[in-house]
Design a protein around this ligand. Structure first.
Ligand SMILES: NC(=O)c1ccc[n+]([C@@H]2O[C@H](COP(=O)([O-])OP(=O)(O)OC[C@H]3O[C@@H](n4cnc5c(N)ncnc54)[C@H](OP(=O)(O)O)[C@@H]3O)[C@@H](O)[C@H]2O)c1
Length: 297
């Protein structure tokens, strides 16, 4: 499979100031149209990841879809953790469909897996929405591997798991591989660790020092093989057979072009075993430091 066909586009950047490196702010409507049009040219089966919690990203997408309505079956959205009842879930789904200007979602996920773990009746409500055709697949977004274990151990009927996965954060490798073997579709995020891989080396002192080994490894390999760091970081995720979709965030069409060009090298040559091994052998980083919501502001 062509690697670019595995890419999905994240949209938190369309509705909120996001990213550790962000200097450009939220993209304009015109830029969003450019990003989406370029993405659709580059990816045979587009997938767009969004959420009620991403500021006005649903509205921004709805505006873009008015111009180009070829995105009907490719939107994954997430309901907010404040949803408590089946009726609230149904209302949030209907509102999302209206704002996005689509008849159905490809995926509808709990933004926080804990919402479903502590309130299993919401899983029944999700299954109802699926039966009625408002959503094709249901699932959860996770932050901790134990959350994936919970759904697998109980054999709960979810179709999609979205988890963070990247050179620095390989905590989920085993659990998502198991999920995939059980027929669950695996989407990953954070290929660029929210943009951290693009920070210059002096940034990796103090709090971010545990990331330095991975940062140096990326830079050494990029130099040796003459490939951009984002190509390596992306290919590491795209080449994993247990990952169906790698969702990336971009602020501009230019970022997306760079990223797609950067993986071109790996389309034909594969990710060399030596490179793969170097990343797999990186020391693991303490979980509390990996989680972006703990990072100093
Ligand atoms: N719990 C959840 O479900 C959850 C949580 C987080 C994210 N997500 C989803 O995942 C998507 C991606 O977010 P992420 O955290 O995983 O981000 P990411 O893809 O790891 O990093 C995205 C950031 O990388 C930078 N970037 C990308 N291409 C670049 C390039 N060519 N050159 C320089 N910088 C580049 C941009 O940062 P700068 O703006 O800093 O330049 C961009 O905002 C989100 O949009 C969202 O859809 C889901």
């Amino acid at each position: 499979m062509k690697l670019s066909n595995k890419l999905g586009i994240g949209t938190v950047q369309f509705g909120l100031e996001y990213g550790i490196n962000n200097r450009m702010g939220i993209p304009s409507d015109e830029e969003i149209n450019h990003i989406l049009a370029y993405y659709r040219q580059s990816c045979r089966e587009p997938l767009i990841d969004t959420a009620v919690a991403y500021g006005n990203s649903h509205e921004r997408l709805g505006i873009a879809f008015q111009k180009d309505n070829n995105y009907k079956n490719c939107i994954v959205s997430k309901f907010s953790p404040r949803v408590r009842t089946a009726q609230e879930l149904r209302d949030e789904c209907q509102t999302s469909l209206q704002i996005l200007k689509v008849e159905a979602l490809y995926g509808f996920l709990a933004h926080s897996a804990e919402t479903l773990i502590t309130n299993p009746s919401l899983l029944e409500a999700l299954l109802e929405l699926k039966k009625e055709g408002y959503v094709e697949k249901i699932g959860v977004s996770v932050y901790f591997p134990a959350q994936v274990d919970y759904f697998i151990d109980k054999d709960l009927p979810i179709d999609i798991i979205q988890a963070p996965f990247n050179v620095f954060d390989q905590r989920f490798a085993k659990t998502i591989e198991l999920a995939k073997s059980k027929g669950i579709e695996v989407h990953t995020r954070s290929a660029f660790m929210q943009g951290l891989i693009f920070k210059p080396q002096p940034f990796f002192e103090g709090y971010f020092a545990p990331f330095l080994q991975g940062k140096k490894c990326l830079e050494d390999l990029a130099k040796t093989y003459d490939i951009p760091v984002q190509g390596l970081a992306l290919a590491f995720c795209l080449k994993q057979p247990f990952i169906d979709r790698v969702i990336i965030g971009v602020d501009s069409k230019h970022n997306l072009e760079e990223n797609i060009e950067a993986i071109a090298f790996f389309e034909s040559s594969g990710l060399n075993e030596t490179i793969l091994k170097r990343f797999q052998e990186l020391e693991s980083i303490p979980e509390e430091i990996l989680l972006p919501y703990n990072w100093p502001k």
